[in-house]
Design a protein around this ligand. Structure first.
Ligand code: IMP
Ligand code: MG
Length: 185
């Protein structure tokens, strides 16, 4: 099996160090600890590796939206789980695995803005720029990628296979095997 690796774990670690350093500088003198919001479920591995590289007091929270099924974006975004924290007047850092069409991130930004945060910073590991349907705010991106279906390190196929420490393009033969597993679930 030959998986095309898009980001190795070493590269991901390098990205976390770089963005972590920039966020440390950005929030050094923040009036209150920033709230890092991981976008469930895909954003979790990146959030956890990223916060290890941020050297300021911070709060971790999660939000869950639904926007994607299988190989294609559905274009419809809904909220599944809201934040625990009150973000009024707080600095919020959204941490996402990938920004594709931009619809999910725009939904999130609009939703969180209604809660009157002090600021919103958008961080994504992967930027699928060429797939953008609407322009969206991105402050920090790990790397730009092409319009390919990616998996691993949080990215899933019907909720499966988020558990690799690298990002890859699956082979179609692999995907067919997974379809068999999914039928048995
Ligand atoms: P958007 O709303 O089209 O920007 O989609 C963003 C969401 O789609 C992300 O949070 C991912 O969950 C999912 N997604 C986008 N591209 C991929 C991919 O290549 N593999 C797996 N999930 C993806
Ligand atoms: Mg996601």
């Amino acid at each position: 099996m030959m998986r095309k690796i898009i980001l190795s774990n070493e590269e991901i670690k390098g990205i976390c160090k770089r963005i972590g350093k920039e966020l440390t500088i950005k929030f050094q003198d923040a009036p209150q600890p920033p709230i890092f919001v991981g976008v469930l479920k895909g954003g979790v591995p990146f959030l956890m590796d990223l916060v290890n590289e941020v050297d300021v007091p911070l709060v971790i929270d999660f939000i869950q939206i639904e926007s994607w099924s299988g190989l294609e974006s559905t274009g419809k975004v809904t909220l599944k789980r809201d934040l625990d924290s009150d973000i009024t007047n707080r600095d919020v850092v959204i941490v996402e695995d990938v920004i594709d069409s931009g619809l999910s991130m725009q939904f999130l930004i609009d939703f969180l803005k209604k809660k009157n945060p002090r600021s919103i910073t958008v961080t994504t590991l992967l930027d699928k720029k060429c797939a953008r349907k609407i322009p969206v705010q991105i402050d920090y991106a790990g790397t730009e990628v092409g319009n390919e279906f990616l998996m691993g390190y949080g990215l899933d196929y019907y909720d499966l296979f988020r558990n690799t420490n690298y990002v890859f393009v699956p082979e179609m033969t692999e995907v067919h095997q997974w379809d068999e597993i999914l039928k048995r679930k």
